[in-house]
Design a protein around this ligand. Sequence first.
Ligand SMILES: *[C@@H]1O[C@H](CO)[C@@H](O)[C@H](O)[C@H]1NC(C)=O
Ligand SMILES: *[C@@H]1O[C@H](CO)[C@@H](O)[C@H](O)[C@H]1NC(C)=O
Ligand SMILES: *[C@@H]1O[C@H](CO)[C@@H](O)[C@H](O)[C@H]1NC(C)=O
Ligand SMILES: *[C@@H]1O[C@H](CO)[C@@H](O)[C@H](O)[C@H]1NC(C)=O
Ligand SMILES: *[C@@H]1O[C@H](CO)[C@@H](O)[C@H](O)[C@H]1NC(C)=O
Ligand SMILES: *[C@@H]1O[C@H](CO)[C@@H](O)[C@H](O)[C@H]1NC(C)=O
Length: 386
Amino acid sequence: FNGGTWNGQACECPPDYGGDKCQDEPAVCQNGGSWDGIKCVCTSLYEGSKCETVVSSIDIEPENVSAQMELTVKVTNQKFSQELLNRSSSEFQKFNETFTKQMDIIYSGIPEYETVNITKLTPGSVVVEHDVILKAKFIPDYKEFINKIAKKVEEKIKNATQEQILNNDTCTTLLCFNMTATKVQNISVTYDPEEECRKKAGKDFAEHFFVEYKDERPKCITRCMPGFKASLNCNFGTCRLERSGPRCYCLTTDTEWYSGETCEFSTKKSLVYGLLGAVGAVVLVGLVILLVFVLRSKREVKRQKSKVNQLYQWHEEDGGPAPGTFQNAGFNISEGIRNSQWTQNISKANKQTNKAQNKIVESNPTISISTININGLNTSVKRVDF
Ligand SMILES: *[C@@H]1O[C@H](CO)[C@@H](O)[C@H](O)[C@H]1NC(C)=O
Ligand SMILES: *[C@@H]1O[C@H](CO)[C@@H](O)[C@H](O)[C@H]1NC(C)=O
Ligand SMILES: *[C@@H]1O[C@H](CO)[C@@H](O)[C@H](O)[C@H]1NC(C)=O
Ligand SMILES: *[C@@H]1O[C@H](CO)[C@@H](O)[C@H](O)[C@H]1NC(C)=O
Ligand SMILES: *[C@@H]1O[C@H](CO)[C@@H](O)[C@H](O)[C@H]1NC(C)=O
Ligand SMILES: *[C@@H]1O[C@H](CO)[C@@H](O)[C@H](O)[C@H]1NC(C)=O
């Protein structure tokens, strides 16, 4: 099949055709999928044998989670100056450098420690409000993990500033601190699964993918994904995501049809068939009645027509009267004509014709042909005037 050739032992199939008789046509992989010779290999956003459907969930396992802790420490061995308020000034740069170096030493035992960022400097000697930036590999219970690290950070900074007091203000390190002023204000985990979800969905479908938490884990899903609060219930139908949004394709079972936006209406097939049957029966009866009427009126027309024809025939058989002659072929009215009015009229006419025939002398009869209408039937009648 499909242009394959027999080489004496087996079928040699054209590219992408398969089967021992080349009967398997290549699947046309859609949406950027590629044919690997056996099946379509779809891109991450599609599935199905031809990559025809959009997946209903995307894995979002963020690589990293970052968190920032708001801290305040009081540096005792530095004098505050107005220049420190200018972040571009050399004073600030120098202070920043020393401070960062000191913090790197303090937090050296914490691998998740990334850096510090000074947010505000105020006098006294120098009160440093800063963020400690933490970065951790994503694990399912990342929140708990970050909290653990934050505890470690707090311990470290408290221990470091306590040492200063214990050292009795003889500052041997880069910076010395007043422990009583050390405060840990806030920890915020900066991690946005929504953003990752939208990014992975691509711009065509971004608006239909969203994050719902299940078992405290972010899931990037569409409404076609079953088992979530936002799931679209298609009532036994199939949910498919299209560019316009999720859509239900309804099911038809042996006994029922489902319809509606979420296939919420079910119609019993037997009911529909019953209704159709009833309507059909009514239509059939109507047709039969109509047919009877048509046949009857046709027969009536035919009867009238045959009457006229017979009359006409009577006139034509003799070729019509030639000028100056008159013949009466007599009335040979067939048995079919039972209309008494007609019979009467004709016998009357017959009598009159006979009378006229008797009276004919040497006259010049004129013949005129006129069309008359009998019961809707046009027929021409010859009239002879003496
Ligand atoms: C901040 O410091 C820079 C560099 O010394 C200087 O050019 C700038 O004028 C200063 N800005 C203010 C507002 O003092
Ligand atoms: C402070 O110093 C660190 C390291 O020297 C640097 O990465 C950071 O950009 C500096 N911050 C500011 C506000 O200058
Ligand atoms: C550091 O803090 C400044 C001032 O609050 C802020 O503008 C900047 O974005 C922060 N940098 C980082 C890396 O967090
Ligand atoms: C505090 O610092 C000292 C000296 O660096 C160290 O021996 C001690 O284990 C630290 N304590 C805590 C709780 O980190
Ligand atoms: C440390 O700070 C507290 C309150 O902020 C203050 O009373 C104390 O004098 C300070 N100690 C030193 C050594 O600066
Ligand atoms: C912690 O920081 C977050 C974000 O910066 C803020 O929304 C929240 O109110 C802060 N909480 C406290 C107790 O300062």
